[in-house]
Design a protein around this ligand. Structure first.
Ligand code: Z5A
Length: 208
C-alpha cells in the first residue's frame, strides 16, 4: 500500500510581517485537519548543517563581508540539505510540512532585492528541479511598518540592516510572483492581528 504524500505549506513575508504567530495558527489548523502535527521547518536552517549556514548568513564577519553571490549560494546550500533530509522524506511518509520561508524568499531577497534573478533561477532549477510548496501564504506588509515592528523586538541582524529600497524591491518581487502563481496567496498583514488570522483561516479553509 502506498502512503498518501503530505502537503507542504509555507509562510513567507518581510520581517515583522507576523510569520511567527501565523505559523502557530497554521500549525494548529493542520493538526486539527489531518490529526497529526506538521513537521515544522525554518529557512535558512532546519538541519544541523543548515543551522550552521544560518549563522553564517545572519551574522556579519568583520573584515570579510559576505558578497551577494556567496550569500545566495549559502541560502541554496541550506535549502538543498533541508529538502533532501527533512522535507521530502517527511512528505513521502505522509507527514505535512509547515515551512517558515522557502524558495520564494530567495527569489524575493536575492533575485529582487540583490538583483541576482538569473543566478537564483539557475541554482533554483539545479537544486530543486521544480519542487515547490503546495500552498504559500505571503504576509504582505510595507517594509517600514515591518521593520518598525521587528526593531521593537530587539537588535536588527545583518540582513535587516539593509537600506529600505532593498526591502521595497523584495516586496515588489513577492507580489509579482504571487500574481503569476495561484499557489501563492497574498494576506494583508498590516491589519490588526485578529483580522490577519481570520484571513489566514479563511484561505486555509478554501485551499486545503
Ligand atoms: N532570507 C533571504 O534573504 N533569502 C532566503 O532565501 C531566506 C531568508 C530563506 C531570515 O531571518 C533572514 O534571511 C530574513 C530573510 C533572509 N531576513 N531579513 N531581513 P529570520 O528567520 O531570523 O527572520 P524572519 O524570517 O524575517 O522573521 P522575523 O523577523 O522574526 O519576522 P516575523 O516572524 O514575520 O515577525 P514576528 O516575530 O512574527 O512579528 C514581529 C513583531 O510584530 C512581533 O512583536 C509581533 O507581535 C508583532 N506583530 C506581528 N503581526 C502584527 C500585527 N498584525 N499587528 C501588530 N503587531 C504585529
Amino acid at each position: 500500500m502506498t502512503q498518501n504524500p503530505g502537503k507542504f505549506i509555507v509562510i513567507e513575508g518581510l520581517e515583522g510581517a507576523g510569520k511567527s504567530s501565523a505559523i502557530t495558527l497554521v500549525h494548529d489548523f493542520i493538526e486539527k485537519h489531518t490529526g497529526m502535527a506538521p513537521v515544522c521547518t525554518r529557512e535558512p536552517g532546519g538541519t544541523p548543517l543548515a543551522e550552521k549556514i544560518r549563522d553564517l548568513v545572519k551574522n556579519a564577519e568583520p573584515g570579510d563581508p559576505l558578497c551577494d553571490e556567496a550569500e545566495c549560494l549559502l541560502f541554496y546550500a541550506a535549502r538543498a540539505q533541508l529538502v533532501a533530509n527533512v522535507i521530502k522524506p517527511s512528505l513521502a511518509s505522509g507527514r505535512w510540512v509547515l515551512g517558515d520561508r522557502h524558495n520564494l524568499s530567495s527569489i524575493a531577497y536575492q533575485g529582487g532585492g540583490r538583483g541576482l534573478m538569473s543566478l537564483v533561477k539557475t541554482i533554483s532549477d539545479a537544486t530543486l528541479g521544480g519542487f515547490k510548496p503546495d500552498l504559500t501564504l505571503y504576509l504582505d506588509i510595507d517594509p517600514l511598518l515591518g521593520l518598525e515592528r521587528a526593531a521593537r523586538r530587539g537588535a536588527l541582524d545583518r540582513i535587516e540592516q539593509q537600506e529600505i529600497d532593498f526591502f521595497h524591491r523584495a516586496r515588489a518581487t513577492f507580489l509579482a510572483q504571487a500574481r503569476d502563481d495561484r499557489t501563492i496567496v497574498v494576506i494583508d498583514a498590516s491589519k490588526p492581528l485578529n483580522e490577519v488570522h481570520k484571513d489566514i483561516l479563511a484561505c486555509l479553509g478554501t485551499a486545503l
